[in-house]
Design a binder for this molecule. Structure first.
Ligand code: NAD
Length: 488
């Protein structure tokens, strides 16, 4: 089913979802969610929930825990698989909602929906592999073993840039493990999580097992502070992650903090430059640079710098800016005015530090929202070097740094506080393998974009704090180990 860009969501989606029902927030305060590509498209007014609403959601989640954890994991997985099919059927509706409230291109939104479907299927497939280990004993009448048990209610706090994929990656393992969940998504993209709540409900997830509380910092703080919340999974900025960490530390709260960070592309002097240019253009300007793991810096060997720029700059200048719903658009708007300011301020700061502007650097004129589009920006200078003190520019900005050979490239890659992943472009097998060993980053890609792929996320250099979100370690937030010794 395709939803028209201006169709208002049904009124129930403008509420919280708790205990299997669409509920009004006690505060009565609402916040309008507006399409970043069209100020006249008010998507809806969503609740600004407060402590009372969180209290209610956590209460019903706590009540639902015993029955949900008692269910066989394979039955729990059945609900996730069913949710995956519903999501697949409604892919267009989800993609339109994502584009409409977040601003990304429809093709990018569709990719996000497919990623979420894959994540649900992946987690559902793990139902028969929940870990259990037997420990050898000297006495053959005694057996000893350890197994994972769900921790109870898990609170999830997420961002707006992947409003479907991030909640799904976090809630699927928690639900499969037997935890119940309260999700507090970003107020900048509340419709997509509401559609997700609808899908989980229709997939048979029992009342109280999955709950959605809309709102911002007040609701997030209440979730972190609630004594019945046994663990919190968070995705967002380092600043808020630190606040969550501080608030939770008083009661030794288990937290999974998925932090900010931009990626680096390294172009060595033997690289296929067309491939490298394509990777930088897609990595830096896809989703208008508003994603963790977007390419924020390019370390290029000085021997190929001129040729690399000669190919990159015309490509950047030709990118067509426009609404994500328009199939001709190649880059969408920034999510709100605050982010436009933050992006332009960071560019000014880096320029004041000596970086030269090679392309863009300002708002694009025209269009229905005019100033909400920042032109794709290339700077000669390091955006994220420790000295620059800019940790992240959440927008379409990339900085170019020159290196004198692979050794200096390795040193420059290490010269940042955070590093999600690095992509190296080289035609030499030896250099490729050396790069994987030597580069200081969570993940290294060779001759492919640095955008984080479906490999287990890694946690080097402050990309993560606490358990990580996917693959083999995805149970670490929502389960705890128990042990037993049995003598018969
Ligand atoms: P943000 O940190 O401002 O907000 C994240 C979430 O925290 C939102 O739901 C917000 O309402 C909530 N929140 C705000 N204050 C809170 C508080 N005091 N206590 C509890 N919750 C609170 O981030 P954002 O602007 O939504 O998203 C952009 C940031 O997220 C970028 O820095 C980006 O790099 C990062 N990010 C990282 C990853 C990753 O996988 N590492 C993924 C996505 C986004």
């Amino acid at each position: 089913m395709t939803t028209s860009a201006c169709e208002p969501p049904p009124p129930h989606l403008l509420r919280n979802f708790t205990g299997g029902a669409w509920t009004r927030a006690e505060s009565g305060v609402v916040r309008a969610n507006v399409n970043p590509a069209d100020a006249s498209d008010v998507i809806g007014e969503f609740p600004e929930s407060g402590g009372v609403d969180v209290e209610h959601a956590v209460g019903v989640a706590a009540d639902a825990f015993a029955a949900w954890q008692a269910l066989d994991p394979v039955r729990r997985a059945g609900h996730l698989a069913c949710a995956a099919r519903l999501l697949e059927e409604r892919a267009d509706r989800f993609a339109v909602a994502i584009t409409r409230e977040q601003g990304k291109l429809l093709v990018e939104a569709r990719a996000e929906v497919h990623g979420a479907v894959a994540a649900l299927d992946f987690v559902a497939g793990e139902a028969r592999r929940l870990e259990r280990t037997a420990v050898p004993t000297v006495d053959d009448r005694t057996s000893a073993f350890s197994f994972r048990r769900p921790i109870g209610v898990v609170g999830l706090i997420t961002t707006w840039h992947l409003p479907l994929a991030t909640p799904v990656r976090k809630l699927a393992p928690a639900l499969l493990a037997g935890c119940t969940v309260v999700l507090k998504p970003s107020p900048l993209a509340p419709l997509t999580p509401a559609l997700l709540a609808e899908v989980l409900h229709e997939a048979g997830v029992p009342p109280g097992v999955f709950n959605l509380v809309q709102g911002d910092a007040a609701a997030g703080e209440a979730l972190v502070d609630h004594p019945s919340v046994a663990g919190v999974g968070f995705t967002g900025s380092r600043r808020v992650a630190a606040a969550v960490h501080r608030a939770g530390s008083g009661r030794l709260l288990r937290t999974e903090l998925d932090l900010a960070g931009k990626d680096t592309v390294v172009v060595l002097d033997d690289a296929d430059l067309d491939k490298a240019v394509a990777a930088v253009a897609a990595g830096a300007f896809g989703q208008a640079g508003q994603r963790y793991g977007a390419v924020g810096r390019v370390v290029v060997d000085r021997r190929v710098r001129r040729e690399f720029l000669a190919r990159l700059l015309p490509r950047v200048a030709s990118l067509r800016l426009g609404p994500g719903m328009d199939p001709r658009s190649e880059m969408g708007p920034l999510v709100d005015e605050e982010h436009v300011h933050a992006c332009l301020e960071a560019v000014a700061k880096v320029r004041a530090g000596g970086a030269e502007l090679l392309s863009g650097g300002d708002r694009a004129a025209g269009g229905p929202l005019g100033g909400r589009y920042v032109r794709p920006t290339v700077l000669a200078g390091d955006l994220f070097a420790v000295e620059t003190a800019v940790e992240e520019v959440f927008g379409p900005v990339v900085g170019l740094v020159e290196a004198d050979g692979p050794d200096e490239a390795v040193r420059l890659v290490g010269n940042v506080r955070t590093a999600m992943s690095v992509a190296v472009f080289t035609t030499s097998r030896t250099r490729a393998l050396e790069a994987v060993e030597r580069l200081d980053a969570s993940a290294v890609h060779v001759n492919r974009p640095a955008v984080a792929a479906y490999v287990p996320h890694a946690d080097a250099k402050g990309a993560w704090c606490g358990p990580t979100e996917f693959a083999s370690r995805m149970w670490d937030l929502s389960t705890e180990w128990r042990s037993a010794r049995v003598t018969l």
